[in-house]
Design a protein around this ligand. Sequence first.
Ligand code: SF4
Length: 215
Amino acid sequence: MQETLRVCEFFTSIQGESSYVGLPCVFIRLTGCNLRCGYCDTRYAYTEGTDVTVSQLLRDVQATSLRLVEITGGEPLLQDATPLLIDGLIDMGLKTLIETNGSVNISRFNRNAVFIVDLKAPSSGMAAYNDLSNLKALSSTDEVKIVLGNRDDYQWASDLITRYRLTRRCHVLLSPVAGTLEPETLATWILRDALDVRLNLQLHKYIYGADRRMV
Ligand code: SF4
């Protein structure tokens, strides 16, 4: 197994999404993605990056003294050495979040990590790549995130939540596509349907601005 990862960004920031929103967090953004979502705001992660050994990454995380770390991308589960990194972070006793795009089966990875499975709604153009077997593998600490661009996406998400009883099994996060769907509109739909989900906004963009890269 390769012990080197292609890393796009390593930074500390305030966690902007998920149930861990607001907490100080280390982010490791790995290079490469197998999808091309229409609203993607991290296109630079498709190719930009440098090679870093897993042991160096673990030392870098330790040097921050933070207890929460997120591996993201791109799609972080595509690289051969990602399982080594996950195992190393878990062994260090860190709360480890993995944000994955929902196209990769999560079952073969260390399930002591928290998996945030980012399901692709129709307006992303990538819904055909959802690996729905992941929905059966979810544990109660995992999270499902769905980014919504319009009412059809919301209906699609509601149907999926009902069919897989998602809100009874894990955290469910619904996010509006920035600049496309108003948060207030999504809030109104959620309240009207009494949907037991978390409205997920990108807190880091309120703190640092929409375009700032954390390098
Ligand atoms: S999965 Fe994430 S990184 Fe990949 S194209 Fe979609 S939004 Fe961008």
